[in-house]
Write a protein that binds this ligand. Structure first.
Ligand code: ADP
Ligand code: MG
Length: 256
């Protein structure tokens, strides 16, 4: 089987900060692939390089057989890669339903020119009917919250709205940046089941950054551990979490 995503020798430098330093990995269709590492190890930056927030300093990304290195965020979306953010980016003054209908587009415009370009393409690519939005809300078990303001929902519920929003336009790869952070354990498990369900029922490949080791163990098929921008271990989660290099990298980290 061909990988759906290939990262080849990705470097993302910010001056002297080597946030991502020569990372290569392949994700196969239908996998749930984990990215772990202590705070500041380059996980979110890797997502940003992949999703077109930054152009990699060097290296190449291939998706579904095509090179996507350095494309704009909205182009990456149109190729079928969606993401959620480490920190919530919902419109709190809008209803849950409106948040879904609006899709992800606003998150992606990091300058005004992109925003203009994007808004022209947006309707076509990210349109989501009210019917589909309601279906997605049912999927994340929030249909009774459709007309509530996003600000009225619990943090865990808001995370589920983000997930539904990322599913609003068809995607092949979903990049989740710490989807379960900041929510109570029971909700974490619920969210984890939902992520598994998205893979199984919708056939979407998932790349997930996750800090909680229990979640990693029961959620992902394979995992890569980063430290200071470099891969220090990779393989199945049981082995990686017991790798002395990984344990050492996490020493001194507060248990999240
Ligand atoms: P993680 O998500 O693993 O916690 P990040 O990818 O957010 O880590 O950060 C990795 C490193 O890159 C950190 O040292 C961070 O300060 C640095 N970094 C991230 N983004 C930028 C940026 N835009 N400019 C400069 N440094 C950055
Ligand atoms: Mg991060």
């Amino acid at each position: 089987m061909e990988p759906i995503l290939v990262a080849k020798n990705i470097k993302q430098y910010f001056g002297g900060v080597h946030a991502v330093d020569d990372v290569s990995l392949s994700v196969f269709p239908g996998e749930i692939f984990g990215l772990i590492g202590p705070n500041g190890s380059g996980k979110t930056t890797f997502f940003n390089s992949l999703n077109g927030v930054y152009k990699p300093t060097s290296g190449n990304f291939y998706f579904d057989g095509r090179e996507i290195t350095g494309l704009k965020t909205f182009e990456i979306v149109s190729y079928g890669i969606k993401r959620t953010f480490q920190n919530l980016r919902l419109f709190k003054a809008q209803t849950v339903l409106e948040n879904i209908l609006n899709g992800n587009h606003i998150n992606y415009s990091y300058n005004i020119f992109d925003a203009i370009l994007k808004s022209k393409k947006m309707n076509k690519e990210e349109a989501c009917s009210e019917e589909k939005a309601m279906e997605l809300l049912k999927y994340v078990e929030l249909e009774d919250k459709a007309y509530s303001y996003a600000s009225m929902l619990s943090y865990g519920q808001q995370k589920r709205v983000e997930l539904a929003r990322a599913l609003a336009s068809d995607s092949k790869l979903l990049c989740l940046d710490e989807p379960t952070s900041g929510i109570p354990f029971a909700d974490k498990e619920h969210l984890m089941e939902l992520i598994k369900q998205i893979r199984t029922e919708k056939g979407i490949t998932i790349l997930v950054i996750e800090h909680n080791m229990e979640i990693i163990k029961s959620l992902v098929d394979r995992v890569v551990a980063l430290d200071q921008g470099k891969i220090i271990s990779e393989g199945n989660p049981e082995d990686v979490l017991e790798d002395p290099k990984v344990i050492e990298a996490y020493l001194g980290e507060e248990e999240p």
